[in-house]
Design a binder for this molecule. Structure first.
Ligand SMILES: [Mn+2]
Length: 420
C-alpha cells in the first residue's frame, strides 16, 4: 500500500523535483511529560512509519538511483531501548515502508545538500486543511523555513494539494482498514447497549467503549468521545462526559475507534431507560429518515452544495412534521439563512480516512473510493432532545456502501438490545 501511495504521489510531481515530509513532533505537556505521539498523516500515508523524528525524501527523477526514495530515522541505541523501548531498525523500516535507502538522521544534512545540487524544485508539506487552526509550528513548517533559508534559489511548490487529491480516494486496503475500525466501533456500541441504565455516569459508558476498543487492538478513540445525556445532547462538541444519566433522557454517543491509524466516526442516540418516549422516537425517526435520504445522495458525481441543500429540504420537511416550523414560515424565510439551521446547524458530511476530518476537495465532484460520513441531526434544547445519526459511507462506481450497516440503527432494535 505504501509503495503504491508513493508511486501515485511521484506521478503528480513536476520534473526534477524533490519532496520532503517530516513526522509530527512529540507534543509536551508539563514538567517532563508529553502527549501520546500522533504521526503526521501524510508521512504515514507515504511510508507507513509511525515514529517520531522521521524524514521522508522523494526525488523520483534523481539520476542517482539511491536518491529516489530515502528515509531518515532517529538512531536508536541501548539507552533508548531501555528507557523508551523499541525503535525501528533499518531493516524493519525497509520492510514496513518498502524503501531501500534507510539512513540515520545524523546523515540527513550532508545527503540533502548533495540532492539539492541537482534538484530544481522542492515540494514542501503544509497543513492546508480548510478548518485547521495552526498555532503551534509543526516540524514540516520548521523544515520549510530552514530549507528556504539554506536554499533560497530553488523553486518551491506545495505538496498539500496533491496529498488532498490522493487521500480523498481510498485504495481497497484503506477501505478494509476503515471497515475494521467500524467493526470495532460496532463491538463497543453493542457492549454499552445493555450496560446503559438510569443512574449510570457518562464516563462509565466511555470506559466501556475504550475497554472494548483496546481489547480489539484499536489504539483508542478516533477522536474525543462525546457521551452527552439530557440537555447536553444538543451541545455539538460536549466532551465533559461527567454527568449522571437520568431516566427519561436520551444520550447522544458520538464515539468511534481507530484502527491502524485509520478512523471511523459513529453517532447514535439511546434512551437512558431503554425506552424512547413517544416524542423522542418521533425525533429519532425523523433524523433516521433524513439520514437514509441523505445516504442515497452520496453517489459518484455528486456536488457538496447541492447535497447540503437537498438534505436541508429533508430536514425542513421533518421539522414541519415535528411542529417546529410551519410551511408558512419556510415560504417567508431568507434563502440565504434557512430556518432549519436553528435545529440543524452543522454540515451533513465530511471526508474520513487517516484523519477523522480527513483532507479532500469539496469543490470536486464526489469520487468513487471516497469515504464520507453521513450525519444529519435535529437538536431541540427546549425539549432536551438532541439526535444525530452518523455512519460512514464508501462511494462506489455504482452507488455506495454503508460501512456501518451492521451497527444497530433502528429505534426498535436499539431498545430491544438495551432490554436483553
Ligand atoms: Mn463526524
Amino acid at each position: 500500500m505504501f509503495v503504491q501511495n508513493r508511486k501515485r504521489f511521484a506521478k503528480e510531481l513536476k520534473s526534477n523535483a524533490v519532496a520532503i515530509f517530516s513526522s509530527n513532533d512529540v507534543m509536551p505537556t508539563n514538567a517532563d511529560g508529553h502527549m501520546a505521539f500522533v504521526q503526521n498523516s501524510d508521512l504515514f500515508y507515504l511510508s507507513g512509519i509511525d515514529q517520531e523524528e522521521t524524514i521522508l525524501v522523494l526525488y523520483p527523477d534523481a539520476n542517482t538511483k539511491a536518491w529516489r526514495e530515502m528515509l531518515f530515522l532517529r538512531e536508536t541505541n541501548e539507552r533508548i531501548a531501555v528507557w523508551e523501548g523499541h525503535k525501528y531498525t533499518k531493516e524493519e523500516a525497509r520492510k514496513t515502508s518498502g524503501i531501500e535507502e534507510i539512513y540515520w538522521l545524523s546523515e540527513f544534512e550532508t545527503t540533502f545538500r548533495q540532492v539539492m545540487t541537482q534538484a530544481e524544485k522542492v515540494y514542501l508539506n503544509t497543513n492546508e486543511h480548510t478548518r485547521a487552526i495552526v498555532e503551534v509550528e509543526t516540524r514540516d513548517a520548521r523544515f520549510g523555513k530552514w530549507c528556504k533559508e539554506k536554499y533560497p534559489m530553488h523553486r518551491y511548490e506545495r505538496s498539500a494539494p496533491i496529498m488532498h487529491r490522493l487521500r480523498m480516494v481510498k485504495s481497497k486496503e484503506e477501505v478494509e482498514l476503515i471497515k475494521h475500525a467500524c467493526s470495532i466501533t460496532e463491538k463497543g456500541f453493542r457492549r454499552i447497549l445493555p450496560f446503559v441504565k438510569p443512574g449510570v455516569w457518562e464516563y462509565e459508558i466511555e470506559a466501556e467503549f475504550i475497554h472494548e476498543f483496546t481489547r480489539n487492538r484499536s489504539r483508542g478513540f478516533a477522536y474525543g468521545p462525546i457521551i452527552a445525556s439530557g440537555l447536553d445532547s444538543c451541545v455539538l462538541h460536549y466532551v465533559d462526559n461527567n454527568k449522571q444519566c437520568k431516566k427519561g433522557d436520551v444520550i447522544l454517543l458520538d464515539v468511534a475507534a481507530e484502527y491502524a491509524n485509520y478512523a471511523s466516526d459513529m453517532t447514535r442516540v439511546v434512551p437512558v431507560d431503554g425506552k424512547f418516549t413517544r416524542r423522542q422516537k418521533e425525533v429519532y425517526n425523523a433524523v433516521l429518515r433524513v439520514f437514509k435520504g441523505a445516504r442515497k445522495m452520496l453517489v459518484k458525481g455528486g456536488n457538496i452544495d447541492k447535497y447540503n441543500e437537498a438534505v436541508g429540504h429533508l430536514v425542513e420537511e421533518e421539522l414541519v412534521k415535528l411542529k417546529l416550523l410551519t410551511m408558512a414560515d419556510i415560504k417567508k424565510q431568507n434563502p440565504a439563512a434557512p430556518l432549519y439551521k436553528k435545529y440543524f446547524m452543522h454540515g451533513t458530511s465530511h471526508f474520513l480516512g487517516l484523519d477523522v476530518h480527513d483532507v479532500g476537495f469539496f469543490h470536486l465532484p464526489f469520487h468513487a473510493g471516497t469515504v464520507f460520513t453521513c450525519e444529519p441531526g435535529i437538536y431541540i434544547p427546549q425539549e432536551k432532545i438532541g439526535v444525530r445519526i452518523e455512519n460512514n459511507i464508501l462511494i462506489t462506481e455504482k452507488g455506495n456502501i454503508d460501512l456501518m450497516e451492521n451497527i444497530p440503527i433502528e429505534a426498535d432494535e436499539i431498545e430491544e438490545l438495551m432490554n436483553k
